[in-house]
Design a protein around this ligand. Structure first.
Ligand code: MOS
Length: 756
C-alpha cells in the first residue's frame, strides 16, 4: 500500500484527499474489449421488490412500540415566540409528550437546550414537538397548542443592499481589456426562481436505541454524513450510531444531512425509551427541506465580429434563505467556453425564508440559464448560427485549471443532437395558425468524474453466488444494478448470481454521498477492484487445486480454463470444492489523475410550440445528447436523462415557489406547485456519444445524474425567442408571462406574490 494525495471534487468544490493505492491497480477496460454485462440494458435488480412493495423504504419501518412525532411549525416567516401553551393539547388521547422551548431542556442532551429558539426566522421553523401513540392524534394535538407570536418584519428582497453575507469573486485575464477588444457587447439581466425538490418519498426517519447505540433508518443521500452530523450534535461517538437507508425515493440534493427531525427524534427516543418515527407530510416537505436558490443575474459578453469571445462578466445575487450556502452560479461562465477574460462575482443574500439546499447541479442550472440565453442573444446580434457560435468558442482545454480534459465529447454531442433535432435540415421556425413551432439549444458542462474515498468488498460464497457490499446508497438511480453489472463483468458470471448490499454504516465500507453525479464513478471502480481481488485469489487457489502454474490460468464466462483452452472447473465447482470457504475481495477507489480535468458535457435541443392566443408553451421534442464516458447501463442511463429533462422542464415552464410579501409560501403542495405531468412532457430523445476515457477511473464512466437538467431552461427560452422574438428574462415561463410579453403588455395580474 502506498499513500498518495489526489484532487477530489464535489459539486464544483475541490479538496485534497489522501488515498491508499494498491500495488496492482486495475486498468480501465480497453476500447476494443468485449464486455458481456457492462453496457447492456439490464433491468433493475431491485425492480421486482419495488413494484411488489417488498422493498423496505424508511416510510415502511415500524418497529414494535413505535411512537409518532410531528413538529408544530411557525406560520410566520419572522416572529418572536412569546409563549407556547400545551395544557389542552396534553389532554388529547394518545399524546405521550410535548416539547417546547419551555421544557426541551429536560431531554438528556445539550443540543435540546437550544433546539427551540426565542425567534422563528422562516415559515415552518420548529416551535414544538408532539409525540403520540397513534399518528392520527398528532394533528388534533397540534391544533390545541396555543402559540403566542409577535410578528416581525420579514426580509425578502435580495436586491436590497443588506444581508449580503457571502461574496466570491473569480477573475482571469482582464475583462476591461476584453471589452475594449470587442466589436459587439451585450448586456442582459435574468431572474430565476426558487424551486422545490419534491422527492417522491418525503424526508423522514425512524430511530431507536439499543443500549447506547442509536439506530437510524432515514431517507438520505449520505448515511455517513448523517452519522457524523448526529455524532457531533448529540455528543456521542460515531461508532454508537448506525445509519441505514436500504431504498429511497429521491433526494435531488435535499437529503445530505440528518435534518432537525432526526436530531430531535433521537433525543426524544432516548428520553422515552421508545422508537420514534417522524415522517414529513407534503406541506412540511415543501416548506422546510430547502430549495434551489432564487437568483438575480447580470451578464455582459463581448465578442469579435467572427464570434470569438473576448470577455464575459457575470454578477449574481443568490437567495440563500436564513442560513444556506451560495452555490457557484458562475460555474458555467468560468468553464464552458474558451475565453481569456472572465470575471464572476457571486453574492449570497440572507432572507427570512428556509435555508436553501443543494438541488441537482446547484448553481449551474441557474447560471447556465443566464449564460446560454445571453449567448443566444449574441449569436443573433452577430448573425451567426447559435450552434456555430458555440463551436467557434469550443474549449479544447479546461479553462479553470488549464489542464486537458480526461475526455470531452461535446463536439460529437453537438453533431448528433443537431442531426436528431434536424437543426440544419429544416426551417427552425414554423407558423401553424395561432401556433408557432421553433427550436433552441444550449450546452452543458458539469463534473461527475468521482473520486476517493470509496470502498467495497466482494465475496464469493461457497454456493458460487457473489455478494457486493458497499455503504453507498441507491437514491433511485439504479446504483445497485450498475454495481452488480460491474462485479458480474469482472468475474464473468451472470448478473443473477450477484447480490448487492448497501446503505448501512455498520459495514464501515465508507462511500461518499449519492450526489454530485459521482456515485458510479466513485463506487463503481472500488467494486471492480474488489471483484478483481476475488478473481486473483480464485486463480491462485485453482492453480494449487489443479496443480497448474498460476500464469497458465484464466477465468472466462465463469469457467477456469488453461490458456490452452482446456476447461478445468466452473466457478461454482471450485467454490463447492473449497467447502465453507468464502473468498473475500477488497477494493478501494484509486486516486484521480491530477493532470486531467474531469468533466461531463451535453448538447441539448428543444422544439417547442407556443400558442400565441394563450401564451402556453408546449414541449414538442427534446434532444439531450451526453458525454458521460462509458454507459454502464443504457436503460438506467436514459432514465436519468429523462428525469433530468422533465425536472428542467418544470424549472422552465411551471415550477416556482410563490411567496407573499409577509414571507408566507402560497404553494407548498403538489396542487399549486406545478411539476410536469405525463401530458406536459412531449418526446424526449435521450442519447449519448461513445467516448472512451481511460483516465477518469477504471470503469471509464463519468456521471449522468445532474447534467440533463442544466441546459433545459435556456434551450426552451432560446426556442421561445426564435418563435416570438421575445427574450424571456424571468423563469418560470408561465402562459401569463409569455402572453404578456408577446403582446407587449406589462404583466397584468396585480398580486403581492412573487416567485422567490
Ligand atoms: Mo446533488 S444536488 O449532488 O443531489
Amino acid at each position: 500500500m502506498k499513500l498518495v494525495k489526489t484532487r477530489v471534487e464535489f459539486e464544483g468544490r475541490f479538496r485534497d484527499e489522501y488515498v491508499p493505492v494498491e500495488e496492482e491497480e486495475v486498468e480501465a477496460w480497453a476500447s476494443d474489449e468485449r464486455l458481456n454485462v457492462v453496457g447492456k440494458p439490464v433491468s433493475r435488480v431491485d425492480a421486482k421488490s419495488k413494484v411488489t412493495g417488498s422493498a423496505k423504504y424508511t416510510h415502511d419501518v415500524y418497529p414494535p412500540g413505535v411512537l409518532y412525532g410531528k413538529f408544530v411549525r411557525s406560520p410566520y416567516s419572522h416572529a418572536k415566540v412569546k409563549s407556547v401553551n400545551i395544557q389542552n393539547a396534553l389532554e388529547t388521547p394518545s399524546v405521550v409528550a410535548i416539547y417546547t422551548k419551555h421544557n426541551a431542556h429536560t431531554l438528556p442532551f445539550e443540543a435540546a437546550k437550544k433546539f427551540f429558539g426565542e425567534e422563528v426566522n422562516y415559515q415552518g421553523e420548529e416551535v414544538a414537538f408532539v409525540v403520540a401513540e397513534e399518528e392520527e392524534a398528532l394533528s388534533d394535538a397540534i391544533e390545541k397548542i396555543d402559540v403566542e407570536y409577535e410578528p416581525l418584519p420579514a426580509f425578502l428582497n435580495i436586491e436590497e443592499p443588506t444581508n449580503q453575507v457571502t461574496r466570491k469573486v473569480y477573475e482571469r485575464g482582464s475583462v476591461e481589456k476584453g471589452f475594449k477588444e470587442a466589436d459587439v457587447v451585450i448586456e442582459e439581466r435574468f431572474d430565476t426562481q426558487a424551486t422545490l425538490h419534491n422527492c417522491m418519498e418525503t424526508h423522514g426517519c425512524v430511530v431507536w436505541w439499543e443500549g447506547d447505540t442509536l439506530i437510524v433508518h432515514t431517507s438520505t443521500q449520505a448515511i455517513f454524513y448523517v452519522r457524523k452530523e448526529l455524532s457531533e450534535e448529540l455528543g456521542i461517538p460515531e461508532k454508537n450510531i448506525r445509519v441505514i437507508c436500504s431504498f429511497m425515493g429521491g433526494g435531488f440534493g435535499s437529503k445530505f444531512g440528518a435534518g432537525r427531525y432526526t436530531l430531535f427524534a433521537a433525543m426524544v427516543s432516548r428520553a422515552l425509551s421508545r422508537a420514534v418515527r417522524v415522517v414529513l407530510d407534503r406541506v412540511e416537505e415543501n416548506l422546510v427541506t430547502g430549495n434551489r436558490s432564487q437568483t438575480v443575474q447580470k451578464i455582459r459578453i463581448g465578442a469579435k465580429k467572427d464570434g470569438t469571445l473576448t470577455a464575459i462578466e457575470h454578477f449574481a445575487l443568490v437567495n440563500i434563505g436564513v442560513d444556506g450556502w451560495t452555490a457557484d452560479v458562475g460555474g458555467p461562465t468560468k468553464s464552458l467556453y474558451r475565453c481569456e477574460n472572465v470575471r464572476v462575482e457571486i453574492v449570497g443574500v440572507k432572507t427570512n425564508l428556509v435555508s436553501n439546499t443543494a438541488f441537482r447541479a446547484p448553481g449551474y442550472v441557474e447560471g447556465n440559464f443566464a449564460l446560454e440565453c445571453a449567448l443566444d442573444e449574441l449569436a443573433q446580434k452577430l448573425g451567426i448560427d447559435p450552434l456555430e457560435l458555440r463551436l467557434r468558442n469550443y474549449a479544447e482545454k479546461d479553462q479553470l485549471l488549464n489542464l486537458p480534459y480526461s475526455s470531452k465529447g461535446l463536439k460529437q454531442a453537438y453533431e448528433k443532437g443537431a442531426r436528431l433535432i434536424r437543426w440544419f435540415d429544416e426551417p427552425r421556425v414554423v407558423r401553424i395558425g395561432d401556433k408557432i413551432r421553433a427550436k433552441g439549444m444550449a450546452s452543458v458542462i458539469w463534473f461527475g468524474g468521482g473520486g476517493p474515498p470509496a470502498y467495497s468488498q466482494v465475496k464469493l460464497n461457497s454456493d458460487g453466488s457473489v455478494n457486493v457490499i458497499t455503504a453507498t446508497q441507491d437514491i433511485g438511480t439504479g446504483t445497485k444494478t450498475a454495481l452488480a453489472q460491474i462485479a458480474a463483468e469482472e468475474l464473468s458470471i451472470p448478473i443473477e448470481k450477484v447480490q448487492v448490499t448497501l446503505g448501512d454504516t455498520i459495514t464501515e465500507l465508507y462511500s461518499p454521498g449519492s450526489g454530485g453525479s459521482q456515485t458510479l464513478a466513485s463506487v463503481g471502480p472500488a467494486v471492480r477492484s474488489a471483484a478483481r481481488d476475488v478473481k486473483t485469489q480464485l486463480l491462485e487457489l485453482a492453480s494449487q487445486l489443479f496443480d497448474a502454474p498460476l500464469g497458465s490460468l484464466t477465468l472466462e464466462n465463469g469457467v477456469i480454463k488453461k490458456k490452452t483452452g482446456e476447461k478445468l472447473a466452473t466457478l461454482e465447482e471450485i467454490a463447492k470444492r473449497l467447502g465453507n470457504f468464502v473468498i473475500i475481495g477488497k477494493g478501494a477507489r484509486g486516486p484521480n489523475k491530477d493532470e486531467y480535468a474531469l468533466n461531463t458535457f451535453a448538447a441539448q435541443f428543444a422544439e417547442i410550440e407556443v400558442d400565441t392566443q394563450t401564451g402556453k408553451i408546449k414541449l414538442v421534442k427534446f434532444v439531450s445528447v451526453h458525454d458521460s464516458g462509458r454507459v454502464v447501463n443504457p436503460l438506467v442511463f436514459s432514465s436519468q436523462i429523462e428525469g433530468g429533462v422533465i425536472q428542467g422542464l418544470g424549472y422552465a415552464l411551471t415550477e416556482g415557489r410563490l411567496v407573499d410579501n409577509s414571507g408566507a409560501v402560497l404553494n407548498p403542495n403538489l396542487a399549486d406547485y406545478l411539476i410536469p405531468c405525463s401530458e406536459d412532457i412531449g418526446e424526449i430523445i435521450a442519447e449519448w456519444v461513445e467516448v472512451q476515457d481511460p483516465f477518469v477511473n477504471n470503469i471509464g464512466s463519468k456521471g449522468i445524474g445532474e447534467p440533463p437538467i442544466i441546459g433545459v431552461a435556456p434551450a426552451i427560452a432560446n426556442a421561445l425567442k426564435a418563435a416570438t422574438g421575445v427574450r424571456a428574462r424571468a423563469l418560470p415561463l408561465t402562459p401569463e408571462r409569455v402572453y404578456s410579453s408577446i403582446n407587449s403588455l406589462l404583466e397584468t395580474s396585480k398580486t403581492n406574490a412573487t416567485y422567490i
